[in-house]
Write a protein that binds this ligand. Sequence first.
Ligand code: ADP
Ligand code: GN1
Ligand code: MG
Length: 369
Amino acid sequence: MSREKSELIEIAEKFEIEGKLENVVPHGNGHINDTYLLTCRTETGKENRYILQRMNHEVFKDPKGLMENVTAVTAFLQKKIKENGGEVEREALNVIPLREGGSYREEEDGTFWRVYRFVEGADSFDVVNRPEDFYESAVAFGHFQKLLEDYPAETLHETIPDFHNTIDRLHKFKKAVEEDAMGRASEVGEEIRFVLDREEDCHVLCDMLASGEIPLRVTHNDTKLNNIMLDKKTGKGICVIDLDTVMPGSALYDYGDSIRFGANTGAEDEKDLSKISCDLELFELYTKGFIEGCGGSLTEKEIRLLPMGAKLMTLECGIRFLTDYLEGDHYFKIHRPEHNLDRTRTQFAMVKDMEDKWPEMTGIVERYL
Ligand code: ADP
Ligand code: GN1
Ligand code: MG
């Protein structure tokens, strides 16, 4: 635990958690925030669990704007869930306010904290164990986007400007290569070449959004499998979590990022690249589920571009991992020295495999037009 337990308890107790706080333990495998599980017990013996998070303010430079997004989006979702007769406490994130009022706490050391109700009776997975889980996650991410269809996009803060602007990611990457702060560029010549060979690809979605060929929507932008809670009993995607990057974006970002992570036959940080490939059965399942979840809102153009969304989100993520490696690993949490390089290599191997399977991928998508 990076912080003393006593310190975490002191922070947690500033929020309206119910019952006596009995335990605080690190939780989950996110790359960005520090996440802890809180267990409380009321006088009647009822257990209440919560998620305490230290928001990463190096990544999210405007925690206030971020929390304004989160509170507004969750309130919007809760209203719709209630209207549809759903369970507000499990189907949307619930922000637990501070006792003194407000949705987050800034500590004297400049760290930012928030608490969510723990989504009970559900799991989030770091790998696809059962194909049906991946399908259900697709339906839920598609449905999430559908629910936000009439959300006033102009009121959202851009929590990370240019988050999926692949052209901007490419520029930042080139700058990192040039500056070579850690003296690592010479070891990764092959990976640098891989990116430069695909420079034109980096423009495809950005240009189409700019020209209006594909619509700007309110999207999640970080649709990894572990950002969805699947109901333990029904297996359905019950709650979309990690709303820090909900911003205007493209449906192709959400679709693509899920394929990048979940349709890969290997882990994001697998060292043995022979284990990395794009599983076409999972690709098809996710495609089917996402289109269903979007409930008819995707345009024909968007559907035709799904394979491109998958390839570009994977390429972009690889570029981001490699940029972070070159800059000295200050963005993504790492657990071993070459972690970001290993992650880069899996992403590029996945891109290469998608390129080899392009006719099959486009053929699958056409079946859902
Ligand atoms: P990060 O931005 O670091 O990925 P997340 O918000 O995704 O942070 O949280 C990390 C992990 O914590 C998630 O993958 C999930 O397993 C768990 N988690 C987060 N919020 C909740 C919640 N409200 N209920 C249950 N589990 C949660
Ligand atoms: C981060 O926060 P987390 O672990 O769900 C990152 C995503 C990357 C992903 C790669 C805010 O997601 O953009 O695709 O790691 N989130 C942010 O695993 O940068
Ligand atoms: Mg996450």
